[in-house]
Structure formats: structure tokens, C-alpha cells
Design a protein around this ligand. Structure first.
Ligand code: ADP
Ligand code: MG
Length: 310
């Protein structure tokens, strides 16, 4: 089977950690030891989040801006894909070598096409980077034309658009690598957002949801399964209340009802559920949301929330 696996933020940085290199390496080792087992049986494409990492890279640009020219968000996204991709590639390749499996792993910088008419560009929602004082915020709004919001008790923060992914620019390269039996790490952090301008692609300052991009990627690859790994057992109804229960097998139309009823908030479980719905509806294949530690069971069908066709 060809499986697209989306790694959640917790595969690299756990809650309460600062995200040191040692922490990220240790967390990844755990995740990848399981995934390397899967590589024996399946063809794999691995995507990942980049929230904390791109936030730090972006902060570094700001802090160092008097000495080193700062880079815009799309370039920071590319940096984070390189950094995280390298870490995954290194650990996974080491595991594969240990287990005698002669498979190569490649990280592919991935651009993702967005529509410049996407309503998200008129309504930025995704907070990124450091917190600023009101004086600084006003200056940044004036000088850099940034959109900023005040977050109670913390300060002012830049917000950027989160447009919906329209196409994976690198799709043919990804397919070519898969044909050569190579494990591909791509579309990190939802991909580097680009728009088409006068027939050319140009990067834009935005952030694409990594689950929605993973879904589009899985559809464009006609994958056999989309697996979204995170830090909870699956999608729950009444999450965080005493009545909470995790869904097991659920049909597309049933979970769509729950999504419409507001059980899965935007920015966390909502996009994961939507990503699965889109994949299942367009391919007729199953999608799973599961806890990272249970990736094998999730693929076999004994863990996680599995969204199946009606
Ligand atoms: P990731 O980095 O894996 O994308 P997110 O924090 O974006 O992680 O999404 C996972 C989180 O979604 C869980 O840690 C959980 O707190 C939250 N969540 C919100 N609503 C639900 C729900 N209905 N069922 C399960 N988890 C939920
Ligand atoms: Mg998320």
C-alpha cells in the first residue's frame, strides 16, 4: 500500500518541552522506529508540522535583524522544511540501515499553490512569531503593513493568512521518487505557499494547514490510506468533558455531521477531520486519525478514528 503519514507537532516537540535538538531527536527516534517497521511492507510519504520550529526561525530573523537581513515567512518555511526533513531523514535512514532494508529516504522542498483570491488573504487568522508591545505593534502595522491581534495577557502578535491548498507543485517529482522505491519526506508545515503571478510562481507570506495539504497530497498521489498522527487517540465527541468518547470506525457522512455540529474546533481537530473527509470522498479509501504511538495498530484497523466511505 502507498500510505501518506502526517506527523503532528508532538512527533518532534512534546508539550512542556523547549524544543532543543536533543528533545527533537529523542522524540523523533521513537516515532521513526515504528515507521521504519512499516517501510518494510508499505510505500511511504511522510509529511510533518512545523509550528514551533518555524516560529523560532521567524523569531531569530526578528532578533538578529540589525546584524543579519531578515527573511520573509515563505523562506522561513523552506528553512523549517530543510531542518525538520534532515532530522527525520537522518533517523529514519539509520533505522532502515540497521534493519537491513535498502531503502533510501529523501526530503523534498515542497511548494504548494494557493489562490491569491482566497478569502483568507483578506482575513488573516494564524498567529505566528513573538509577542510585541502596543508601541511596537503600531510601528509594525505602519511600517510593514502587518496584520496584528492582541492576545489577552500576552501582547500583540502578527497574524497571517491561512489559505487553502490548491495543488502540490512538486507532485511529479514526488511520484518519480516513489517509482524508484524512495521514501519521500515532503510538504512539511503544509508546504511553502506560492501564488501564480503573470505566469510565474512567487512565494507569499502565509501558512497552509499541514493536514489539509497532506490530504491533497494523498489525493494527488492516489494513496491507499491517509494516516494523521497526533497526541490523542483520535477524534472525540464531547472532547474534554466527562461525556467524551473517541470515535472508532465512522462513515464520511456521519463524521461530517459531527464536524458541522462543531465537535472539532478549527486549528486542531477540525482540519484533521476535514482532511480525512476530503481524502475518503475523493478516493474511496480509508483515512485514520490516531495517536503517534499506535501507528501500526491504526493502519491495521485496531486503533484510532477510521473514516470510511458510506
Ligand atoms: P497536531 O500537532 O498533531 O496537528 P493539534 O494540537 O493541532 O496537533 O491537534 C490535536 C489536538 O486537538 C489534541 O491534542 C486535542 O487537545 C485537540 N482536540 C480538540 N478537539 C478535539 C476532539 N474533538 N477530539 C480530539 N482532540 C481534540
Ligand atoms: Mg495541528
Amino acid at each position: 500500500m502507498l500510505i501518506v503519514i502526517a506527523l503532528g507537532g508532538n512527533a518532534l516537540v512534546k508539550k512542556g518541552e523547549r524544543g532543543t535538538l536533543e528533545e527533537q531527536r529523542r522524540n523523533l527516534k521513537f516515532a521513526l522506529s515504528q515507521i521504519s517497521e512499516l517501510a518494510k511492507i508499505h510505500d511511504l510519504v511522510i509529511t510533518h508540522g512545523n509550528g514551533p520550529q518555524v516560529g523560532n526561525i521567524y523569531l531569530q530573523q526578528e532578533i538578529a535583524s540589525k546584524r543579519v537581513p531578515p527573511m520573509p515567512l515563505d523562506v522561513c518555511g523552506a528553512m523549517s522544511q530543510g531542518m525538520i526533513g534532515y532530522l527525520i531523514q537522518q533517523e529514519l535512514a539509520n533505522f532502515l540501515k540497521e534493519s537491513g532494508l535498502g531503502k533510501n529516504v529523501v526530503t523534498l522542498l515542497t511548494r504548494v499553490l494557493v489562490d491569491h483570491n482566497d478569502p483568507a488573504f483578506k482575513n488573516p487568522t494564524k498567529p505566528i512569531g513573538p509577542y510585541y508591545s502596543e508601541v511596537e505593534a503600531k510601528r509594525l502595522i505602519r511600517e510593514k503593513d502587518w496584520s496584528m491581534v492582541y492576545q489577552a495577557g500576552k501582547g500583540w502578535r502578527r497574524i497571517v493568512p491561512s489559505p487553502s491548498p490548491q495543488g502540490i507543485v512538486e507532485i511529479d517529482s514526488i511520484k518519480a521518487l516513489l517509482l524508484k522505491n524512495i521514501i519521500v519526506i515532503c510538504a512539511g508545515g503544509g508546504g511553502i505557499p506560492v501564488i501564480r503571478k503573470n505566469g510565474k510562481l512567487v512565494g507569499v507570506e502565509a501558512v497552509i494547514d499541514k493536514d489539509l495539504t497532506s490530504s491533497l497530497l494523498a489525493i494527488e498521489l492516489n494513496a491507499d490510506m491517509l494516516v494523521i498522527l497526533t497526541d490523542v487517540e483520535g477524534a472525540a465527541i464531547y472532547y474534554g468533558t466527562p461525556r467524551q468518547y473517541f470515535l472508532g470506525n465512522v462513515t464520511v457522512s456521519e463524521i461530517r455531521k459531527y464536524l458541522k455540529a462543531g465537535y472539532f474546533p478549527p486549528g486542531s481537530m477540525g482540519p484533521k477531520v476535514l482532511a480525512c473527509i476530503r481524502f475518503v470522498e475523493s478516493t474511496g479509501k480509508p483515512a485514520v486519525i490516531a495517536k503517534l504511538e499506535k501507528v501500526k495498530d491504526a493502519i491495521e484497523g485496531s486503533a484510532g478514528t477510521r473514516i470510511i466511505p458510506d
